[in-house]
Design a protein around this ligand. Structure first.
Ligand code: ADP
Length: 588
């Protein structure tokens, strides 16, 4: 028998995504939601209008036969229409499945089929991609282009014309005929605006259980097939409520937010929802994410906070340096998804006075789980470098590091272990329920990251376990090597990978992209590294490359690099550092 308790006498209201929309439309009805379109023109809306259109969309989905639990896919960039889908689909009880258009076609096919999406809403520019995939996606009964009727007609002609580009006349005609056939075969192809047009602008959002599924996002599947992470209304609200806090994103109605992170990358890190909770102005950047376009939009819309992966901030920094100023109102940037190199955050803080919030998370953690923000008691010298690490766990998340035997590792800021997390917005299994074993170990989710934690609870990710360079039984942090290389002003981007070595198991190879016009040499890179890492960590070779491969979410793809350099042999397979030198470096 369970122990009796006295029930608290407070209203029980489920934490539902629809409550955010209702709130935003009442308390922040006139606050703007701005979208940059494919042509660079800006379309203006408000939270009030957005709520009306989300209601129209919910009616339209009903009319299409979309039921509770049905998966509705989106293949789209950040826009107000995408935001309407974010609220209407989970609001009516269906499941929003955001899909990354940058994935390989076979991954896209796998994901849509695995999710069994019944409708997919897509950006018209992606029509050729949709046409090439649709025949292999039997569950999709409706294809809706996020535009009006005229724009869809134009996209259809453009896709057909483009299919024949750069081909000999006969081949061009055949390719165009194939494209036309594929487009005509798309089940129920229609445009979004006509779908909404005659629908009422209010909707009775159902009172669902808060544990009901709301959104589905697949991991990028760097090893094996992508895995579906199924967020609930409750986990989404908890994540959003905590992430607006002063020591997290410090988000308020006084802010203007531009999520550069795409809405298909872990729900744009919750901003579509946290933005609705605080009722801030939202600026949706569409597909134009280069440094110049992002700068212009940040500037013209007076954005105060923006959020994205380090590569995006690298290109914005180049634009800011070239123009000699920061976007007019920009106060802070959140950086996550990959380690933010100290040289990058130093440049924003010291050259432009922009605050950098370094956060850590993953698809399975909704994603924000830890974030670096100083306290009053943080010594000045630590405060200045806190952003080099990934910060403290948010309230609602617990973090711990464990050794290979599963024992907790001491929090001394040096000893590393496998990072495990648990909390209100951490996945306990993958979609669909019951297919695969739960990944949890004693109630903890193993992140696959290696980290240390200091006595104040500040976590530092030293590597992904699959990227750690295992040399002579010890570990070299690829992130530390990269960060050290990036301290050289001539280095624009760097990636360290471990390659097989007959004596040491693995040794580091460093790949470097030079900053435009910079003359940096191998010796100079090794020199700068020598001052920052132990001698036995020094890479056996440094190779200069034009560019580095990136994943579909904008991170450097170590997997691709390891494949590309699989056959690479260090010129001197003898280690460049001897046992004796290693002992000296370690102070023995
Ligand atoms: P994927 O990179 O496979 O697309 P995620 O977006 O879920 O999937 O990536 C999560 C991973 O990204 C984390 O496990 C971690 O390795 C890395 N990551 C995220 N943020 C940071 C950060 N601030 N510093 C270092 N690594 C990070």
């Amino acid at each position: 028998m369970s122990t009796p308790f006295i029930r608290g006498q407070m209203m029980e209201q489920p934490l539902l995504i629809s409550s955010i929309l209702t709130h935003a439309s009442q308390a922040h009805a006139t606050t703007e939601v701005v979208s940059s379109t494919a042509t660079g023109a800006v379309v203006r809306s408000t939270w009030g209008q957005l709520a009306g259109r989300a209601a129209q969309l919910a009616h339209a989905l009903d009319a299409l036969g979309i039921k509770r639990e049905t998966r509705v896919g989106t293949l789209a960039w950040n826009s107000a229409r995408h935001l309407e889908l974010y609220y209407a689909v989970p609001g009516m009880g269906a499941i929003l499945h955001t899909i990354n258009p940058r994935l390989f076609p076979e991954q896209l096919r796998y994901i849509v089929n695995d999710a069994a999406d019944q409708a997919v809403f897509f950006d018209p520019a992606l029509l050729p991609l949709v046409a090439s995939l649709a025949a292999d996606l039997p569950t999709v009964r409706h294809w809706v282009a996020l535009c009006n009727a005229g724009e869809l007609a134009a996209a259809v002609s453009e896709a057909t014309a483009a299919a024949g580009k750069a081909l000999a006349p006969d081949d061009a005609a055949a390719a165009q005929a194939t494209m036309a056939r594929r487009l005509a075969a798309l089940p129920d192809l229609r445009d979004y605006e006509s779908l909404l047009q005659t629908q009422p602008t209010t909707f009775a959002w159902p009172e669902l259980p808060e544990t009901a599924a709301a959104a589905l996002c697949y991991t990028s599947g760097t090893t094996g097939n992508p895995k579906g992470v199924l967020y609930s209304h409750r986990s989404t609200l908890m994540h959003s409520l905590v992430s607006i806090a002063p020591d997290v994103l410090n988000l308020s109605a006084r802010d203007t937010v531009l999520p550069v992170v795409p809405m298909f990358h872990v729900n744009a890190w919750g901003l579509p929802f946290s933005g609705g909770i605080v009722g801030c102005k939202m600026v949706m950047p569409g597909a134009r994410l280069d440094g110049d376009s992002v700068f212009d939009l940040l500037d013209s819309e007076a954005v105060t906070i923006s959020v994205g992966v380090p590569t995006v901030w690298l290109s914005l920094l180049q634009t800011m340096r070239a123009r000699g100023r920061k976007p007019s109102a920009l106060k802070r940037l959140m950086v996550g998804g990959a380690a933010c190199p100290p040289a990058l955050s130093d440049a924003y803080v010291n050259e432009f006075g922009i605050e950098v919030l370094h956060g850590w998370g993953m698809t399975e953690t909704s994603p924000i789980a830890a974030l670096a923000a100083p306290r009053n008691t943080t010594p000045a010298e630590v405060a200045a470098t806190l952003r080099y690490r990934q910060g403290r766990a948010l309230f609602g998340i617990r973090i711990e590091i464990f050794d290979q035997a599963g024992q907790p590792v001491v929090h001394d800021g040096r000893s590393t272990g496998n990072l495990m997390v648990r909390g209100h917005w951490v996945a306990d299994s993958y979609f669909p329920a019951g297919r695969a074993q739960s990944p949890l170990v004693d109630g903890w989710f193993p992140t696959g990251d290696v980290a240390n934690i200091d006595h104040e609870g500040i976590v530092q990710i030293t590597d992904r376990s699959k990227d750690v360079i295992k040399s002579g039984g010890e570990w070299i942090s690829s992130i530390d090597l990269e960060n050290a290389a990036l301290a050289h002003p001539g280095v624009a981007e760097a990636a360290a990978i471990g390659l097989p070595h007959p004596k040491w198991d693995e040794r580091p190879l460093l790949l470097v992209v030079r900053r435009e016009g910079a003359q940096v040499t191998r010796e100079q890179v090794l020199d700068v590294l020598s001052g920052k890492v132990a001698r036995w960590w020094l890479p056996n070779d440094v190779i200069f490359v034009q560019s580095l491969p990136h994943t579909a979410t904008g991170k450097i793809s170590k997997l691709t690099l390891r494949q590309e350099y699989r056959d690479y042999r260090f010129a001197d397979v003898e280690p460049i550092v001897t046992h004796a030198a290693r002992a000296t470096a370690a102070g023995q």
